[in-house]
Each structure stands twice: as C-alpha cells, then as structure tokens.
Design a binder for this molecule. Sequence first.
Ligand SMILES: [Mn+2]
Length: 422
Amino acid sequence: MKLAVIGDTHLGAKWGTPREGDSFEQAEEAVRRAVEEGADLLLLLGDLFDTRIPRPEVWTRAMRIFTLPKMGRGRVRLVGTVGKEEGEISPLSLQGVPVVSLHGNHESRTEGLKNPVEVLEAAGMLLHLHREAVIFEGPGGRVAVHGMSYVPERYARGFLQTWNPQPVEGAFNVLMLHQSLGQYVFSPEEVSALSPEDLPPGFDLYLCGHIHYRVESTLHGKPLLFPGSTERTQLLPVEASNRKGFYLVEDGRPRFVELESPRDFFYEEVEAEGMEVSLLQERVRRRVEALLSGERKNPRKPPLIRLKLKGRLAKGRKGDFDEASLEEEFSDRALLVVSKEELSSPSEGAGREALGRLGEAGTLEEMTLRLLEANLSELGYSYGLEARSLYNLMLEGKVEEVEEKVRAFVRRLVELELGEGA
Ligand SMILES: [Mn+2]
C-alpha cells in the first residue's frame, strides 16, 4: 500500500498580501501529485487551514483541493475503527482515495465547538482523528492509522498516556501527531512537553505535523517523519535550504517528493559593520540584483528574499536605512524583507546595544515600557491592549483599571479565538 503524507498546508495564509495564492497552489500540487502517484491513502497532519474560522473565499478554494482525491482511483476499504463510531463516518469520505486528517493548533477550538477539519469530515471529504484509529484494507494488506490531533503542550503528555494507542495486529501501524517533539520545535523559544521517546513503540511509521521544516529521523527503529509545511510561513534560515514537499511511503520506505510551485526563498545576512548608510543601501541593492540574476529553481514567481543586516553603522542612525524604498524598488521582481534587528548605530552605547531591541530607550521607565510592548507584540495580538496606556495606569497606581483592561482583552481574545504559536 502506498501512503502520501502531507504536512501543514495553512490554507489562507498571507491573505491579502502578494503571497495569498501560495498556500493554495502548493497544497493543490501536493494533493494532486499524491493522487497521480497512485497513493492509496492521503494522511494530513493538521493545520490544513491557517485560521480556525476560515472565510468563504478560503473555503471555496480549499474545497476544490479536497475534491481531488475523490476523483482518484480508490483501492482500499475501511475494515474497522478504534474509538471512532463507524456511524459518524460518511460513505462519501471512503470514495476515491480516502483522506485521514488531524487538526492542528491553527484549527483548534474550545471543547464543544466544531473545527474546520470536522466540517470537512461532515462534508464527506475526509476522516478526522483525535485519539482514534481507522483501519483500511487494500493492496498488500492492512493499514491502521492512529492519530491524536493537537492539544496544548501542557496536556500533550497526559493526553497521549490516557489515549494509550496500541498497534493493531496484522496491520502496518501509523502513529500521527501535531506537536513539538523534543528538539523538533516550532520556534526556538518553545519547550516540548513530549520527546520522541515518549511515543509508544510497536508502530511501523511515526508522523508529526506542526514543525514547518522537513526532518527525517528514526524512532524505535522505524521512520519518524516531519514533512514540514507546504507553505513558507516562517522565513527561517532553515527554510531557505530546505525544499518544500510531501512524503510517499511504500513498503515502509519513505520518499520525499519536492514541490515545483513554491517560490524561491533566499535568506542572507549582510555585513554592515563600519559602513555608511548610503553604501549599505547600495550593497543591499547589489545583493538583491545578484540573487535575482543567479540560479533559480522557480523563475515563474518573484522570489522571497530576506536580508538580515548585521553590525554597527559608521555614523547616523539605523532608522536612516530606507528599507521601504528598496522593497518598493524591487516589488515587481521580488518580495523583499529587510530586517534590522541586528543593525546598530554609534549613537547607541555599548551597554545599551546589548539590550538589543530596547533601542534608544533613555530611562528605566522607557525600557520597561519597551519590554512590555515587545512582549505584547510577540504575542502577535494587541487588540485593545495598548502597552503605553497600561503602563501609565500602573505608574499612577490604578491597578483596578489595568485589571479591567486585561480582563476585557482576554474576553476579546476568547471571542476572536485567536491561536497559539504555529
Ligand atoms: Mn503549522
């Protein structure tokens, strides 16, 4: 039996930007080619969508992708389930090439509310697993797919232990998760609650979503695969050297299939130590030109270029470097992102430089405020919670007002059901 394994597709990511089509084109290519390659089952590892309540425009494009496996030639039939009522499985979801899916943190909703992967299941597009298993029979025997959808890190260990999945005898057993796992984390700040060794032995294939770069490892003597996202979501250095794609697994052996649709991504650091701003501006321009005229895998789409400026300028302030005009200048040939977090200027003292993004903070109050702002902006959502007004209230001793603002903020968050991390 041939299994296709597709990681986070993040449909709808970068909506409203020049990249809004990317997630769909890349997911479409992965699903279409998996079906063309003759996969008997498609396994999706969660974060199919970028948000828990996708807009109709996203649904419309997504549904066209999820109908593709329906038109494939099916060779498997469902022969059993573990923990899942057979009655809740739509016969439509068993037509064509069946799709078995987890939901990820991006789709995760409060207990009792339906997430978009469950909507797809109700529409007969796929089978959704959350601490359940489905068993199929097809060419070459049986496959049992066991899956635990995303749970918040602090519950991951307990949920896995109480689920306690057992390999099905006589079947090829697959275990799928959507969590950070040991050293494999979504971001460097993240600490995994689970390590690979926490996963039970006895399975023939271990699969994990959530991690956006591809990793091929082994666990209990069997393959442990992180296919990575099909969409470039993070622009990490590792994503520049790491191709996007999906896995085909046949007879227990994985083969990575590279996608052709992703735009090229270049990540480079530009040394700025001791340079004048105008010279640095010119150096960045030449760097971009060189990348654009160099070797390209996908010349059909403007590439993503992320340049990180590093070092201390000869004079002036880092604000003098005009990245906006450069980004504009190349806008029809490249999606350019210039980051200046590691650029500094002589006007910043040595000690202050060590404080990095605290930048030009002059007083202790100002530093505290900047830290507060930085922490709030790292959260990625600051709706109605403005650091400066909060801090002023704190300075004035109006603790109750601060508490009320924070409570209102949390209520708003719950309403918006905004996500956690990846
Ligand atoms: Mn993800």
